[in-house]
Design a protein around this ligand. Structure first.
Ligand SMILES: Nc1ncnc2c1ncn2[C@@H]1O[C@H](COP(=O)(O)OP(=O)(O)OP(=O)(O)O)[C@@H](O)[C@H]1O
Length: 739
C-alpha cells in the first residue's frame, strides 16, 4: 500500500454520529447545556444562519462568506459577547429577579425554607449518577490510618503508609442543582445570586463532581461516612484535587466557587470573632495560569461572581509587586522595595488590598521575590489553583510553578490542579510534591491522616470534546497548505469535492511566531475591502506588547476581527463563545496540544465547531498523535460506533497507514516540533528564511523574481558608478530647475 497515495486523500473524518444515532448521546450539561440559550442570541449573528440550518438538520446553502460581506451583515458581529450569559435580556432578567424576590418574600411569610433541601442520594444512586455522567473519582493517596468504608479499607490494605500508591474509587454525592450550593453547602446568598444573575442554571459535570469534593463534608464526599456518624459531627478532611475535564466544560466556575466560598466563610468567622469589625484585604488565594490572556479572563469571570461580596480579585501584571504588607518579605527587603517604589512619589506598581491574585508564574515569582533573597514565604495563602496544571508543571514552567508552590507555607493550603489533559507523569509529580511538601512542613501524622489527594476525571481522559467535527487534510506541501487555507477563506470559490468548510470567526494556529507573522502578511489582503479588508485578520503572539495583545483579544471577542492567526499562546483555556472553528495550519506537536487547540471551539457542548488540520509529508510522524485523539473522540460520540464500525472504519485505514513513533521520538517531537519550521527570527536572513517562508509563489517564480531584482539592482549600481565618474553626486535627488 502506498501510504502517501492514501494520505493525499483528505481523510475528511466525518462526525461519526448520523442523525438517527444522535439520540444515543446522553443529554448531559456539557454536551449542550447552553444550546437553547445560544440560539436565542446567535440567530442575530452574521454567522449564525448556517448554524441554525445545521441544527435544524437542513443542508446549509453554500453561499459562503462573500454573500454575507455583500449583505452588509458585518458590523453587529458580537458573536463572542463579554461572557455574560446570553440567555436573558436585561429586561427579562430584572423581571425574573423581581419574581424570585416576590416568591422568596412569600416563602418567608409562610415560613417555608427558601432553599429546599434536596435529599441525599443513596450510595447506589450516587454511583449510578456518577457513571451516567462519566465522572470517576479516585483517591490517589495522602491518607493513612483510614477506617470505615470498604474503599478506605482497600486503601489501607494497598498502602499501609501514605507514600505508597493507593488508588481507590469513591462515590461522592453529585451536585445535581446549583440550589444545593446554598441549601447544602452554605454558600453566601450573594454568591448564589451572582450565579443566578450570570444565567448559570444547571451545574456542568465537572462542577457536579468537583464542588461536593471541595465544599462538602466527608459524608458528601463518600469518605469515611462511618467516622462522621460515630463522632456525630460533620468532619471535613483536607483535599487536594486534580481535575481532568474536557475543554469548555466549566472548570473555571468550579474553582472560583470553591475559592470565593472558602474566603467568604473565613471572613465571616473573623468578623464574628472581632464583633463585626471589617477585616482587611489580604492575598489569601492565588490562581496561576500560563498566559496573560487566560489570567485576564479568569479575573473577569471571578469579578462577576464576586460582585457585591466584598472580595477583591486582581490580575498581576508584568513588573508589579505584591505590597510588602501582603507578603512576608524580610524587613530590610520590604523597606528597600517600599523606598525604591515610593521615592518617585508613586507606588502604583504595587498590588494592594486584594484577596485573590491571578497571575502567570513568572510575573508572580517576580512579584514576591526580593532583590537577592529569592521568593518570600506566603503563609497567608490558603488556596492555590493551578489552571492548565499540566503546562504549569511542564519543564517550561515547572521551576517557577514549584517555586511558588513551595513559597505557600500555610499548613492548611488547599491546592487544586485543573486541565483537560493531565498525563500520568505530571500526575505523579504533583502527587509526590504534595506529599513531600507536607512532610517538609513537618505536619504531624494526625494532620496527614485527614488529608487526601483525590483525582476527578470527567469523560474520557485526555480526549477532545465529542461535539467537534475533525478534518485531517493532506496538503502535500507548504504551498498546498496556503491554498487549502485560502479555500477556507473563500468558500464560494470552486469547491473541492470534500474540502472542509469553515465560517469565520476562526483561529489559525502556527508552530512558531515567525510563521504566524509570515502567514499574516501573506493573508492580510485576502478579505475584500467592502468586508472590512485587512482589519478582519490579525496576528497575536507573545512578542507583542501586553496592550496590543489585550486590544487584539478585545477586537476578536467583539467580532471585529474574524480570523486570528496565533501560536499555542491561545491554545489553552481561552474561552471564545461562538468560535466556529480552528485551523491547525501547522500540525500540533502533541496529542494534548491538539486537544487544547481544538477545544477553543465546541465549548459548553455547542455543536457545529470544526477543527481542520493541514499536514504535509514532513508532518507524518505527528499525524498519529492527532489521529489517535480524533479516533477516541469519534468513539466517544456514540456508544454504538464501535459495534457498527461506523466512524471507526473512517480512520482505521489512516491509523494503520501511519507509522508508529517511539516514546523517545515523541519526546523530541514535543520539545521541538517539526524541525524545518523551527527557524528562529535570527535565522530569518539565511536558510531559516527559506524554511519558514509562507507563500503561494513557486520556487521557480521566486527564482525568476530574484534574478530580475538582481538585474535591476546591478544596472542601478552601474548607473551610479557612471554618474560618479562623470562628477555627479550619488543618491542626490534631482532638484528641478532653479528659478
Ligand atoms: N454551569 C454552567 N452553565 C452554563 N454555562 C457554563 C456553566 N459553567 C461554565 N459555563 C460556561 O462555559 C464556558 C467554558 O467554561 P470554562 O472557560 O471554565 O471552561 P474550561 O473547562 O476551563 O475550559 P478549558 O479547558 O478550555 O480551559 C464559559 O463561557 C462559562 O461561562
Amino acid at each position: 500500500m502506498d501510504m502517501f497515495k492514501l494520505l493525499t486523500r483528505s481523510s475528511n473524518i466525518q462526525p461519526s454520529t448520523p442523525a438517527s444515532k444522535k439520540s444515543s448521546i446522553h443529554h448531559i450539561p456539557s454536551n449542550g447545556f447552553l444550546s437553547h440559550l445560544q440560539q436565542e442570541t446567535e440567530s442575530s449573528d452574521a454567522f449564525s444562519a448556517d448554524e441554525t440550518a445545521k441544527s435544524r438538520g437542513t443542508k446549509r446553502k453554500r453561499t459562503g462568506v462573500e454573500e454575507k460581506y455583500n449583505n452588509g451583515l458585518l458590523e453587529p458581529l458580537d458573536s463572542f459577547g463579554d461572557g455574560v450569559r446570553p440567555s436573558v435580556s436585561s429586561e427579562k432578567q430584572a423581571k425574573d429577579s423581581e419574581n424570585v424576590a416576590h416568591i422568596r418574600k412569600l416563602d418567608v411569610q409562610i415560613g417555608r425554607s427558601t432553599n429546599p433541601v434536596i435529599p441525599d442520594l443513596s450510595k447506589e444512586e450516587c454511583w449510578r449518577t456518577l457513571k451516567r455522567h462519566k465522572l470517576k473519582v479516585t483517591i490517589l493517596g495522602g491518607a493513612s490510618g483510614l477506617q470505615g468504608s470498604h474503599h478506605d479499607q482497600s486503601i489501607r490494605k494497598v498502602s499501609g503508609s501514605l507514600e505508597k500508591n493507593a488508588h481507590a474509587q469513591i462515590s461522592p454525592q453529585p451536585l445535581t442543582s446549583f440550589t444545593q450550593l446554598r441549601s447544602k453547602h452554605g454558600i453566601s446568598r450573594r454568591l448564589a445570586e451572582n450565579l443566578d444573575a450570570q444565567g448559570y442554571t444547571e451545574p456542568s459535570e465537572v462542577q457536579m463532581g468537583s464542588l461536593p469534593l471541595l465544599l462538602g463534608t466527608d459524608e458528601d464526599r463518600g469518605l469515611n461516612p462511618e467516622r462522621q456518624e460515630r463522632s456525630g459531627t460533620e468532619t471535613r478532611a483536607d483535599i487536594d484535587l486534580l481535575t481532568v475535564a474536557p475543554t469548555g466544560s466549566g472548570k473555571t466556575l468550579g474553582f472560583m466557587i470553591h475559592v470565593l466560598h472558602g474566603l467568604l466563610r473565613s471572613r465571616q468567622a473573623q468578623s464574628q470573632a472581632k464583633a463585626g469589625e471589617r477585616s482587611e484585604h489580604r492575598v489569601q488565594a492565588l490562581i496561576i495560569a500560563p498566559t496573560h490572556e487566560l489570567a485576564d479572563q479568569i479575573v473577569n469571570e471571578g469579578r462577576k461572581l464576586a460582585s457585591g461580596t466584598g472580595m477583591k480579585i486582581s490580575g498581576l501584571r508584568k513588573g508589579m509587586r505584591l505590597h510588602p504588607h501582603l507578603v512576608s518579605l524580610k524587613d530590610g527587603d520590604a523597606l528597600k522595595h517600599e523606598k525604591s517604589h515610593t521615592s518617585g512619589g508613586h507606588n502604583s506598581d504595587f498590588l494592594v488590598k486584594t484577596d485573590i491574585v491571578v497571575s502567570t508564574p513568572l510575573s508572580f515569582l517576580h512579584a514576591i521575590s526580593a532583590e537577592e533573597a529569592g521568593p518570600a514565604p506566603l503563609p497567608d495563602i490558603r488556596f492555590l489553583i493551578l489552571d492548565e496544571a499540566d503546562v504549569l508543571l511542564d519543564p517550561l514552567f515547572r521551576e517557577q510553578t514549584l517555586g511558588i508552590w513551595t513559597a505557600c507555607t500555610n499548613a492548611s493550603l488547599r491546592t487544586s490542579l485543573w486541565s483537560a489533559t493531565i498525563g500520568s507523569s505530571i500526575e505523579s509529580l504533583a502527587r509526590n510534591f504534595i506529599l513531600d511538601r507536607r512532610r517538609n512542613l513537618g505536619l504531624t501524622s494526625s494532620t496527614i491522616s485527614r488529608h487526601y489527594i483525590v483525582r476527578l476525571v470527567v469523560g474520557l481522559k485526555d480526549s477532545a470534546v465529542p461535539n467537534v467535527a475533525h478534518r485531517l487534510v493532506y496538503a502535500a506541501s507548504e504551498q498546498g497548505k496556503l491554498l487549502a487555507l485560502r479555500q477556507l477563506l473563500h468558500p464560494s470559490g470552486a469547491p473541492a469535492t470534500d474540502a472542509p468548510s469553515l465560517q469565520p470567526p476562526f483561529l489559525v494556529f502556527t508552530q512558531t511566531i515567525p510563521r504566524a507573522i509570515a502567514l499574516h502578511s501573506e493573508l492580510v489582503y485576502d478579505i475584500p475591502l467592502e468586508a472590512g479588508g485587512s482589519s478582519r485578520i490579525a496576528v497575536l503572539h507573545s512578542d507583542l506588547s501586553d496592550t496590543t495583545r489585550s486590544s487584539i483579544m478585545a477586537r476578536f471577542r467583539k467580532g471585529e476581527i474574524w480570523i486570528l492567526i496565533t501560536t499555542d499562546l491561545l491554545s489553552r483555556g481561552v474561552d471564545f463563545r461562538g468560535l466556529n472553528g480552528v485551523v491547525n495550519y501547522d500540525i500540533p506537536n502533541t496529542g494534548a496540544s491538539y486537544v487544547h487547540r481544538v477545544g477553543r471551539t465546541g465549548r459548553q457542548g455547542r455543536e457545529g465547531g470544526v477543527a481542520v488540520t493541514l499536514y504535509t509529508k514532513e508532518d507524518v510522524p505527528y499525524v498519529k498523535n492527532v489521529a489517535n485523539v480524533i479516533a477516541a473522540s469519534e468513539r466517544a460520540k456514540t456508544e454504538h460506533a464501535v459495534a457498527d464500525n461506523y466512524g471507526e472504519g473512517m480512520q482505521k485505514w489512516l491509523l494503520d497507514a501511519l507509522p508508529n513513533v517511539s516514546k523517545k521520538t515523541k519526546k523530541e517531537m514535543k520539545r521541538k516540533g517539526v524541525e524545518s519550521r523551527r527557524a528562529t527570527a535570527e535565522a530569518a536572513g539565511g536558510r531559516g528564511a527559506r524554511k519558514m517562508r509562507i507563500s503561494t509563489k513557486s520556487g521557480y517564480d521566486r527564482q525568476l523574481e530574484k534574478k530580475k531584482k538582481g538585474a535591476v539592482d546591478g544596472s542601478r549600481k552601474r548607473l551610479g558608478q557612471v554618474r560618479e565618474e562623470e562628477g555627479g553626486v550619488e543618491d542626490e535627488e534631482w532638484g528641478g530647475i532653479d528659478d
